[in-house]
Design a protein. Structure first.
Length: 340
């Protein structure tokens, strides 16, 4: 019997950007120019996902230029993630070690070594472009934090997740929850709120316990909602890195009970965000010019991710067969690793 997804509590208004149509056109050009998508099957899947609509929902206040920029980041993150989650590379940490090392040199500002541009994997070519467009006017501490989050995403996805798959390790719920914020690259996406909103949060705010609580709670809401909606797809692929799966595994819950448990936890985290938000705004009224748009960005992320997850074919339980043959839609050149 098919399980129904429980309602996910979300008290934030539905919004979208007026620039989505233009961003869709931009994305089509960008993936061609960077070489991220070539084959018809990959292009079809890319277009169905509608990343332009997604960024419009999670960054509804972005101007046209910044919406294009964050859309490109999304595509890069999703396509790299698909390579690591759905393909054989995600089970072979050593196969992607070299390309991650090259990505690290881009992020750390030391170039791409001695590799010629024409020999670079498409994901590296795209990262060079993204880094050059994102960081020139950003504060040094923002660049450092953003770079650290990017590298943590790449290394956690390519070592911890891949290592678990290779060794057949099922992580605990606690370990998974802590790692999920890294493997989902959600800190990278939350960092981009500062770029989109044209604000600069001082390190003292990033180190404040109330800000940390708001950020952590909003990140958990996004990641766990994604796990609810992608559960069917990931079961088809045999993916263990999903909170619903782990709740079933460790607690012995049935599918519907596990889904309801995770959705109840999402509601708890949403309330934790609201509490931390109120405390933060009360503590720093003089910084409301910066905190209000930052927190609004977190709200937009929680709401927009939910809206997109409900409509995207990527997670449609009626069409999970689209994931049974990942090699049909994965581009071998994205990470530059040859096929077996």
């Amino acid at each position: 019997m098919e399980s129904e997804l429980p309602d996910i509590y979300c008290p934030f208004p539905q919004r979208t950007s007026p620039h989505v149509g233009r961003t869709r056109i931009h994305l089509g050009s960008w993936i061609r120019n960077t070489g991220l998508v070539h084959r018809d099957s990959a292009r079809k899947r890319f277009e169905q996902a509608d990343f332009g609509a997604f960024v419009g929902m999670v960054y509804p206040t972005a101007d046209s230029k910044n919406l294009d920029l964050v859309a490109d980041w999304f595509v890069w993150l999703f396509l790299v993630d698909d390579q690591l989650d759905d393909g054989h590379l995600g089970r072979s940490p050593e196969r992607v070690r070299d390309v991650v090392a090259v990505m690290r040199t881009v992020i750390e500002g030391t170039g791409t070594g001695t590799l010629p541009a024409e020999g670079l994997p498409a994901a590296v070519v795209a990262l060079v472009d993204l880094w050059e467009r994102t960081t020139p006017t950003a504060a040094a501490h923002w660049r450092t934090r953003f770079g650290r989050h990017l590298i943590t995403y790449l290394t956690t996805a390519t070592t911890w997740e891949a290592g678990n798959r290779a060794a057949g390790v099922v992580p605990s719920e606690e370990t998974y929850i802590a790692k999920r914020r890294h493997t989902g690259a959600i800190h990278v996406c939350m960092d981009l709120i500062e770029i989109v909103a044209g604000i600069e949060a001082p390190e003292s705010i990033h180190n404040d316990s109330r800000f940390i609580a708001a950020l952590e709670a909003s990140c958990n809401v996004v990641c766990w909602a994604n796990d609810v909606y992608s559960y069917e797809k990931e079961q088809v692929l045999g993916e263990i890195h999903n909170l619903v799966h782990l709740v079933r595994h460790h607690r012995g819950y049935g599918k519907q009970q596990a889904l309801e448990h995770v959705c109840a936890e999402i509601a708890t985290e949403t309330e934790r965000f609201l509490t931390a938000e109120a405390e933060l705004l009360a503590a720093y009224p003089q910084l409301s010019w910066m905190l209000v748009p930052y927190l609004d960005g977190m709200r937009s992320w929680m709401r927009g991710n939910l809206d997109w997850s409900r409509q995207t074919p990527r997670y449609n339980p009626a069409d999970v067969s689209q994931y049974e043959e990942p090699e049909e839609y994965l581009e071998a050149t994205v990470l530059g690793a040859a096929r077996d």
